[in-house]
Design a protein around this ligand. Structure first.
Ligand code: RIB
Ligand code: CA
Length: 330
């Protein structure tokens, strides 16, 4: 039975747009998330940081610069992040999912703009310490840059406006292994450091996004939107759609990363529950985000950990229609 959201509480008028930094490995669903955020007056994208994952980090940077140029937003700085996880080597890009170029192999020209001189971690620290308003981090790739920033400047814990991340699986199966989600599995040591901090974290993981299917009829609407962002999405999505047809026998695409932006804009359409989370580092469950359940006597492993807001469900069809409204904007 599909879960439907309760009627929204009266929302107080938002005065200042919420400042966010998206940490990304673009990636086709990353592109959807970045363009969703750019189209939302409720949000101010003050920077993009890049990470390995769907691509090697330098290609993530190139693609982030390309995406912002296509959208006419080269004013937004892009800072390159880690090329490898904290402890283990990088496991390799997901060419078969997003294309060798990370953007559906549509043969894009090189970007004209240059990346920011700071590393991603230093950029995050600089931006958070300089900003008059709290900045929310929106990681939609492995968490290496976030872990590094928190380690280099522990005061970020009390200065950040929060972390809304795509990653993890509390009760759902994995996607990169039977038990782990790709972003967390790419750098579990980094994720474990992030989930131990006291920054308010919202985990938008496979418990929800494994069902966040934008079907073919909705995807086809993008090509009808007369703006460069939607036109680019319409060009790159077919590669990602073919992957889903082959792997999931579904006509559509899982919009994992967009769900972080959807949460920031429409939290009342989500069902969440708070859990302490431990990231497993060893054995077959390496990379799994395991919740502390009320059941069970031996819960020492979770002792002292802050709660994480875990997204368990949402009114997915309403959220997809809302996202398309934003992609349709000129
Ligand atoms: O598991 C899904 C995540 O892995 C998404 O962020 C997708 O872009 C890939 O990075
Ligand atoms: Ca991603």
């Amino acid at each position: 039975m599909r879960w439907t959201a309760p009627p929204p509480a009266p929302r107080k008028a938002q005065t200042v747009p919420r400042k966010i930094i998206i940490d990304t490995d673009p990636g086709i669903d990353d592109a959807l998330a970045i363009y969703y955020a750019l189209a939302a007056p409720e949000l101010e994208l003050v920077g993009v940081t890049t990470i390995f994952g769907n691509c090697e980090a330098p290609l993530s940077t190139t693609n982030a610069l390309r995406l912002l140029e296509i959208a006419g937003r080269s004013d937004i700085p892009v800072a390159e992040g880690a090329h490898a996880p904290l402890v283990v080597p990088f496991g390799g890009a997901a060419d078969f999912v997003h294309g060798a170029d990370g953007q559906g192999d549509v043969n894009l020209p090189p970007p004209k703009t240059a990346k920011h001189p700071l590393s991603a971690a230093q950029f995050i620290i600089e931006m958070v310490n300089r900003s008059p308003d709290p900045i929310t981090l929106v990681p939609i790739g492995p968490l290496t840059n976030i872990a590094l920033a928190l380690a280099l400047d522990p005061t970020l814990e009390r200065k950040l406006g929060g972390i809304v991340l795509m990653g993890g699986n509390a009760f759902a199966l994995g996607n990169i292994t039977p038990t782990a989600e790709a972003n967390i599995h790419a750098d579990p040591e980094a994720a474990e450091r992030v989930f131990r901090t006291h920054v308010p974290i919202v985990m938008v993981g496979l418990d929800l996004t494994d069902r966040a299917l934008m079907t073919g009829d909705k995807i086809d609407q993008l090509a009808t939107f007369d703006n460069p962002r939607a036109q680019h999405l319409a060009r790159i999505i077919p590669f990602y759609r073919k992957f889903h047809q082959q792997w999931y026998e579904a006509d559509g695409i899982l919009i994992h990363d967009s769900m972080t932006i959807a949460y920031l804009l429409h939290p009342h359409l989500f069902r969440t529950r708070n859990y302490q989370i431990v990231v497993e580092l060893h054995g077959v469950n390496r990379g799994r985000t395991t919740p502390a359940l009320e059941r069970g006597i031996n819960r020492e492993a979770w002792a002292g950990r802050p709660n994480v807001t875990v997204c368990l469900d949402a009114d997915i069809s309403a959220l997809i229609d809302l996202e398309l409204q934003y992609h349709a904007k000129p």
